[in-house]
Design a binder for this molecule. Structure first.
Ligand code: SF4
Length: 693
């Protein structure tokens, strides 16, 4: 591999969201770090970066960066320790629990920001070194409903089944519950180019976001009613005779049941449920059906609901009924959120999966992966708990936890309860780059290398496998996550099978994924660099697969499956005690739990803390003015943050961003009601009361 010279720039990718923007990192004179430079040759962002990407090097040199392991003393303080002491303590803590309570009393929690190599190694570590079934990751909170709906309808889950470059060339895009302008700003150009090319944009969001302001039509449904909205649109286009019967007959199954379900949702009923007027529904159908090609793209809005899988299924049904799937420039896609949200769900850190997106319950998959790992297939544990259920079991069934790349004290739903569960653990080890709110509760904190200090692959929202490259030497005192797993496995008696070289891990991942749905066997580091990324599935000898489903869907009979779905209420609806709806989301200057971005001065100045966004009519009723403190209370707790008054939000809804801990922690309020299929918690809607604080 190329080794950067003293002043040569290294082509790599941003550490944050799933767009995985390309950037160059150039060493600063005197070895004082790296500077971000434009990387115009990378097609996804063509040099554009948001403020998070531009300032990412600040975390590398942050004064609060961890550079030595910490071990909690008998006095209860975290004190510096050697790596030998720290790893010995972690291995002993995990082994003690397994001996006393069995291997499933040890849990592992990963993250959607971990590289493919780390996600793979973490899954293998849990199942081979710890022999526990109790592993899941925070990506469950990100895109699991879309993944489940993809699997049901198409037999395969890749966030976007087409490259981003197709978006400007389609005729109409319905964007459901995505605020691209704030979550991944460089991607907004795909929508502006769509409009410049004569295409139309429909945005569905209870808030008139900066993205919605770009739309030809903005529909603002009541939070938690996206499913009814999709059913209403399907009802209308069936009634208007705008279905593609030839496509339905040739390439799908299950239409009659899905059609019947949609016909039970007549427009006036849908208007009552969603608050979207019938004429606006009709206008949306007209815009969607007029061109020859169209797309539906969803993000967390419809997905983070206790009926997220069915909601995404309803949008897929709309695509299938109009022949807008499995055809050029048409289809359904999910805009995955976390940096490696796509790859993170393919290589085995999910509770029910083995590498290559194989099912843990499939005997052939177990035999294949066990063969690569050199273990008996019968020794591999079965599926474990999903992310929220795992966190909820801490301190009771799961007594020790190894956590990598996540900060659930801020990011988990019902966060105060989850914080209590974490505090009740017998033993907690956290690998992180800063002392996050979760790491601060640990018995051992392991300081690890960051994105620019290590090499590894990620898979962006298009299914494009990319290479992040090491651009500078990590500070003394930190180790990579792969080195941590190597050291722990050895202490647990597994001397082989946990290499520390990422390319060696990737080579094993390729073999483990061969023949699986997410087949990486034809991908190499050299190919990724030469080709600006390679799209999976990519078996040996394949050029990769940019566009999926054009000839057949990935189901047994090659046909897409309609799934009959019907509207149901959110797990909580407003009542006399909690008369308003809360929805949560992101702001442009912060990322996820803020563990990294809250350490960057420029980002903190732009977005210093949480707020409660509310409509002027509601503000007048409460006697609130801009900046006055508001208490938001749900059945799970209370959060306090200043008011931000705007007519860009429905009057029955308040919005809070979730990047901060403390009294303004939005996830104190959120509802962990789970989707029955994906086990996604209902982050996007719960009932609250709002009062002056
Ligand atoms: Fe990084 Fe996402 Fe911003 Fe691109 S859009 S610079 S990947 S955070």
């Amino acid at each position: 591999m190329h080794t950067p010279g003293a002043t040569a720039a290294t082509a790599t990718h941003c550490p944050y969201c799933a767009l995985q923007c390309g950037m160059n990192l150039r060493p600063e004179p005197g070895g004082a770090g790296v500077a971000v430079e434009e990387r115009a040759d990378f097609p996804v962002n063509r040099g554009a970066l948001c403020g998070k990407g531009r300032t990412a090097p600040a975390v590398l040199s942050s004064r609060v960066r961890l550079t030595e392991p910490l071990v909690r003393t008998h006095a209860g303080r975290l004190e510096p320790a050697t790596w030998e002491e720290a790893l010995d303590t972690v291995a002993a803590g995990l082994a003690r629990t397994a001996r006393a309570h069995g291997p499933d009393a040890v849990g592992v929690f990963g993250g959607g920001g971990l590289t493919n190599e780390k996600a793979y190694a973490l899954g293998k570590f849990a199942r081979v070194a710890l022999r526990t079934s109790q592993i899941d990751y925070n990506g469950r909170f990100c895109m699991s409903s879309a993944a489940a709906a993809h699997q049901k309808a198409f037999g395969l889950d890749r966030g976007l089944p087409f490259p981003l470059e197709d978006i400007p060339r389609t005729g109409c895009v319905i964007l459901v519950g995505s605020n691209l302008a704030e979550t991944m700003p460089p991607a907004l150009r795909y929508l502006t180019e769509l409009k410049a090319n004569g295409g139309t944009l429909i945005v569905i969001d209870p808030r008139r976001t900066r993205t919605a302001e770009q739309a030809d039509l903005h529909l603002a449904p009541r939070p938690g009613t996206d499913l009814a909205l999709a059913l209403g649109l399907l009802h209308l286009l069936v009634a208007d005779g705008r279905t593609d019967e030839e496509f339905i007959a040739a390439r799908t199954t299950g239409w009659e049941a899905a059609r019947a379900a949609a016909m039970a949702h007549w427009p006036e009923l849908v208007e009552r449920i969603t608050g979207v007027p019938v004429p606006a529904l009709r206008e949306a159908v007209g815009l969607f059906c007029a061109p020859d090609s169209a797309m539906v793209l969803t993000a967390r809005g419809p997905e983070q609901q206790s009926k997220g899988t069915d909601t995404v299924g309803a949008w897929i049904n709309l695509c299938l009924a109009t022949g807008r799937a499995g055809r050029p420039l048409s289809g359904y896609g999910c805009l995955t959120g976390q940096g490696n949200g796509q790859g993170g769900r393919e290589h085995g850190q999910k509770a029910d999966q083995l590498p290559g997106y194989r099912k843990l319950t499939d005997p052939a998959a177990r035999a294949h992966v066990a063969g690569v790992w050199g273990v008996d297939p019968d020794s591999l544990p079965g599926p474990g708990r999903s992310a929220y259920e795992l966190l909820d079991a801490l301190g009771t069934d799961v007594k020790s936890l190894l956590l990598m790349g996540s900060n659930p004290v801020v990011s988990a739903p019902r966060a105060a309860h989850i914080e209590d569960r974490i505090r009740s653990l017998d033993f907690l080890a956290v690998a992180d780059v800063v002392l996050s709110e979760t790491a601060a509760l640990a018995d051992v904190v392991l300081p690890v290398t960051q994105w620019a200090e290590e090499t590894g692959t990620t898979t962006n929202l298009e299914g494009r496998v990319l290479l992040r490259r090491r651009a500078l030497t990590p500070p003394p005192g930190v180790r990579s996550d792969l080195e941590v797993l190597h050291g722990l496995a050895a202490r647990l008696g597994v001397e082989k099978g946990f290499p520390t070289d990422p390319e060696e891990v990737f080579d094993e991942l390729r073999r483990a994924s061969a023949g699986g749905p997410a087949d990486y066997s034809g991908i190499s580091y050299d190919r990724i660099q030469a080709e600006q990324g390679v799209f999976w599935p990519c078996p040996e000898g394949s050029p990769g697969t940019e566009r999926l489903f054009l000839d057949r869907f990935a189901t047994e009979d090659g046909r897409a499956r309609f799934v009959p779905v019907t509207h149901r209420d959110a797990a909580e609806v407003p009542d006399a005690d909690y008369p308003l709806l809360l929805t949560t989301g992101r702001v442009v200057a912060q990322y996820q739990s803020g563990a990294q971005t809250r350490r960057v001065d420029e980002l903190n100045e732009a977005a210093p803390g949480p707020f409660v966004e509310l409509h002027p009519r509601l503000a007048a009723r409460l006697g609130a003015v801009d900046g006055s403190p508001l208490a938001v209370t749900s059945r799970r707790g209370r959060a306090v943050a200043p008011a931000r008054i705007t007519d860009a939000i429905r009057a029955d809804t308040v919005f809070m961003p979730f990047h901060w801990p403390g009294e303004g922690r939005a996830n104190t309020l959120t509802n962990p009601a789970l989707d029955p299929t994906s086990r996604m918690p209902e982050f996007k809607v719960c009932a609250v009361r709002v009062e002056p604080a």
